[in-house]
Ligand binder design. Structure first.
Ligand code: ZN
Length: 169
């Protein structure tokens, strides 16, 4: 349960407010049903759905699948190859890559800010050939910094879970 830990965008505290609808999420290794928590703000009375770290809003695929596609693209693989490797429709992969490119700065900036705040030693020192690559490097550094500072397992970070893309594509 996340109530009392997270804050509403208005700054108010959140309390448990039941659950959101069930949804099916496809990961690299499994398809699962999830039922996220719903919380309500004590200040503005707004309700929010709280997703686990491996889930993305409005996506039927887990972060491991979408992250693998983004990482593969940053390494130079095309959307058709990635779709085949991940057994995902080509249009879905193309959409993820377009959105990531369009929002690369929105992804990169908070990543860099978090790394600087948590462990500046982990800040990427080399620029990637693409802005999406820079964003992924910043997010990967953020995840590593947060796990090292606050706990967790480095092996669970998604860039470490996609060796399938490194071999042969
Ligand atoms: Zn609020």
């Amino acid at each position: 349960m996340t109530a009392g830990v997270l804050r509403c965008p208005c700054g108010g505290t959140l309390r448990a407010w039941g659950h959101a609808r069930n949804r099916t999420v496809r990961g690299l290794d499994q398809v699962r049903q999830v039922r996220p928590d719903r919380v309500r703000c004590r200040s503005c009375q707004g309700t929010h759905v709280v997703l686990a770290a491996g889930l993305l809003p409005h996506r039927g695929y887990g972060l491991d699948v979408i992250g693998a596609a983004l990482l593969g693209a940053a390494r130079g693989h095309g959307h058709r190859v990635l779709a085949t490797r991940l057994t995902v429709p080509v249009e879905a992969v193309r959409c993820w890559l377009r959105r990531a490119r369009a929002n690369s700065e929105v992804l990169r900036r908070p990543g860099v800010q978090t790394v600087v705040a948590v462990d500046p030693e982990l800040l990427p020192t080399r620029a990637s050939p693409t802005r999406s690559g820079d964003a992924l490097a910043a997010l990967a550094a953020t995840a590593l910094a947060v796990v090292r500072r606050f706990g967790g397992y480095e092996r669970d970070l998604w860039p470490c879970t996609v060796p399938k893309l490194d071999s042969g594509c």
